[in-house]
Design a protein around this ligand. Structure first.
Ligand code: GTP
Ligand code: MG
Length: 215
């Protein structure tokens, strides 16, 4: 794995951000419900079951802050979390790509995401979570298209790294990088994380802290 690009001070600032209170604000089902865009915002997107809610819990060292469940597709709202009493929003986006979803559901999800991604001026970055075992699949690539079209800054984060060997994780990072090379809007670094074992969390906290500092 590549070494951390962050200094000790940056890692410490990230730790502090998530040691401060992280609080659930609200779940939102349409644009009217969005909180005012008065602070920096980052969002977690990814297939249903990829580990978005678990990663938010793990970053905040909490067990049940964001609902993590075994029932795919349960989180069908944009869930807003407040970081450090008003410093930034962290958003748990509704999962996509579960097998039995009817087309009307997929269309509604796409519309909501496009609305959100295009109109959220305070959105600093979308972290696109990808299961390290599966890599970027065709639905993920559809979402990459959506992100490119919306001109938002995005970065791939591999999840569940504890489920594969170190060598496999290195190839998963390389494969993701190869896909992203053709996408100029993608952040050039891919992070590997495990909510279970804590791998990659200090770096991700530092990354989010740097984005939160953009105001
Ligand atoms: N081993 C392992 N399991 C994980 C990890 N992260 C999440 N999981 C498991 O994966 C399942 C799905 O995790 P969630 O966090 O609920 O996934 P989600 O992306 O929020 O799913 P939706 O809300 O349905 O979109 C749960 O059973 C978690 O315990 C991880 O880092 N390691
Ligand atoms: Mg969830």
């Amino acid at each position: 794995m590549t070494d951390s690009p962050f200094t000790d001070d940056e890692i410490e600032a990230g730790r502090k951000l998530f040691a401060a209170p992280v609080a659930f604000v609200k779940g939102v089902v349409d644009l009217e419900g969005l909180p005012r865009p008065d602070r920096a915002e980052v969002a977690f997107a990814g297939r249903s079951n990829v580990g978005k809610s678990s990663l938010i819990n793990a970053l905040a060292n909490r067990k049940n802050l964001a609902r993590a469940s075994n029932t795919p597709g349960r989180t069908q709202e944009l869930n807003f979390f407040d970081l450090d009493a008003g410093r930034a929003y962290l958003v748990d986006l509704p999962g996509y790509g579960f097998a039995e979803a009817p087309k009307s559901h997929v269309d509604a999800w796409t519309r909501l995401m496009l609305d959100y991604l295009r109109h959220r001026a305070n959105l600093k970055r979308v972290f696109l979570l990808i299961d390290a075992r599966r890599g970027l699949g065709s639905v993920d690539k559809d979402v990459l298209d959506l992100l490119d079209k919306s001109a938002v800054n995005y970065q791939v984060v591999l999840t569940k790294a504890d489920k594969i060997k170190k060598s496999e994780l290195a190839s998963a990072v390389d494969s993701a990088l190869a896909v992203l090379k053709k996408r100029p809007a993608a952040h050039p670094r891919v992070m590997a994380t495990s909510s279970e074992k804590g791998l990659g969390l200090p770096d991700l906290r530092a990354e989010i802290n740097a984005l939160a500092s953009q105001g």
